[in-house]
Design a protein around this ligand. Sequence first.
Ligand code: ARG
Ligand code: GLU
Length: 685
Amino acid sequence: MKRHLLTLLFALTVLLPATADEGMWLPSLVSDRMKEMRKKGFRLTTEDIYSINRASMKDAVVLFGGFCTGEIVSTEGLVLTNHHCGYDAIQFHSSVEHDYLTHGFWARNRQEELPNEGLFVRILVRMEDVTDRIASGETAGAIIEAAQREGKGYRASIEQMYYGNQQFLFVYQQFDDVRLVGAPPSSIGKFGGDTDNWIWPRHTGDFSLFRIYANADNEPAAYSPENKPYQPKRHFRVSTQGIEEGDFTMIYGFPGNTQQYITSDAVKYVQHRSDPMKIDLRTRRLDIIGAAQEADPKVRIQYAAKHANIANAWKKWQGEVMGLQRLNTIAKKEAYEARFRAWAADKPEYRHLLDSLSAAYAATADWYCMEELKNETLRTIELATLAGRTVAALKLDPKSERRAEAFKAIEGLYKDYDATVDRALTQCVLQGFTDYCPEEAYPTSLRELMAAQGGTIEGYTDHLYTHSRFTSLEAAKQATIEELEQDPAYALYKVVRNTQGRLPRNLSNVKAIERWYRPYLKALMEFDPQRAFFPDANMTLRVSYGAIAGYEYADGEYHIPHTTIDGIIAKDNPAIYDYDIPQSLRDLYASKEYGRWAIEMNGKTTVPVCFLATNHTTGGNSGSPVLNGRGELIGINFDRTWRSTMSDIDFDPTLCRNIAVDIRYVLMVIDRVGGAGYLVEEMLR
Ligand code: ARG
Ligand code: GLU
């Protein structure tokens, strides 16, 4: 009997999939997680992840352009990130003659690698808890300044953890000469487009290649033809060994924004108010753009990036609302808060906190919602933006470089502008604004503009687009600056321009609310000492660990955690833009000449494409290295399933999955589609 029980227990521990652990951990504090990580299959040490005494993995992770993550994969500064992270650079170098978006780009030698003005990467030099130093009177400014003097290209910042209960200094080395090395055709790098975005099964080869250049001393320098490939302290080795469900995965990157500790009031705001409003407003705009794109191929191209941008968060918010409903997050938080209240009842420093938070939300939510409403409506009106930017550019010194640059940017906006579509969109967002804006909060200035044209949105829009000179760049150029300042679109610009400055990234980060979170988090740590607290994502370097795993979303609906090239061919359709693959990939599939990238699966010769894992990730983790237990690169993170996006607030290990492109597919595309085998050799060397 006893033996049976033991066998059973043993079988259970072996068979239970290694469930993901929630959390995005600070690399310098990862030793607290090491026992867990090793149990799940991590084979290295804390020092391998983060060390200031010797080269460690952190030296191979880069903040890419300030919004994505990338990883160094060779001794000569080669960097992998996502196609959607390199998109602007790829687009910038594209022209009708050299359409790299459509056909891909592969530098055949160092001379062909393309510089990108304004693109930078940052590598973390070190991080340090400076809470005590600040408490004892040192100023943040002085700490930052001293840190920046430590080395060439050093950039430092102090970031708040746990709503300011801890302050961390981050010191980075920034490199400003980052060149484009390779990108697959969009039909691979963006395969599935917006249709497949946030979706599993997925078949996107979402990667691109860059290289960091440094001066003769291997230090950061502005672009110069004399610069040399950067020799990193550390790079990631690539593993082509293959992966299996249950294997340990670690993601090392720069997640942007989560809100794990917010109260039920804040979740109600997101789930019942903010997300539904924003989803509705975006649905209206997407319907208009979608119909216009369907009717006119020129508009399809002009509005492709705009559509993708609007649709990305739109889909994510829908998943977030569904996920919060499904997990019953509000009720769970309310129950937790009731227990906290009881615990805090005899603690004068804490017992008021939930009420103070509630009151702060009640006093602030309307204002924040109004700002979100304006961002989704009035501030999206392109005609007003064009008017504002053109008038501002005309006021610059006519001979200045800044003016030339401003006009170049404005011309770029007009290239992707269609006045008919824009008119429909303006009418749509004015209606949307009016639908959601309470009567008493309606801006008088906007009411007056409309009243002068009969008081209806339609009448006003009609007048605007009939009389404005900003509907085309030619018309605007023929007018005098005095005429342009009298233009109805400029009048609208003055009414809707963003006077608010930047909105705090969440309602809970508004100062009047955030001040209560600082003591609240401190209290929570005393109240709930068993809970593994990690600081919310804030675009600082984090480690999250988990395992390759499928998921069962509904009864009987199990999703296996990997896809193959066979799935690409099944979706391939020259008539559907998002699914029209390059002929070279079709030929490759027909010949099955995958070379060393071939695998056998279920009796078939195929190539792996994407996989799922349980790592806790969010926006900003795009391009992050997915590493195995030996710290080798097995994939590049690029997405989550839309049904996991509530993990920004409430993580569920049974549902939440991140999506990565398998490194073997990346290598095969470079080698067999790009014909750039020398880059593969550089990585595998
Ligand atoms: N959903 C991913 C992210 O949030 C990918 C976005 C880019 N891809 C796209 N089809 N719009 O960044
Ligand atoms: N695509 C996202 C990014 O750009 C990652 C997806 C997510 O986890 O939100 O970072």
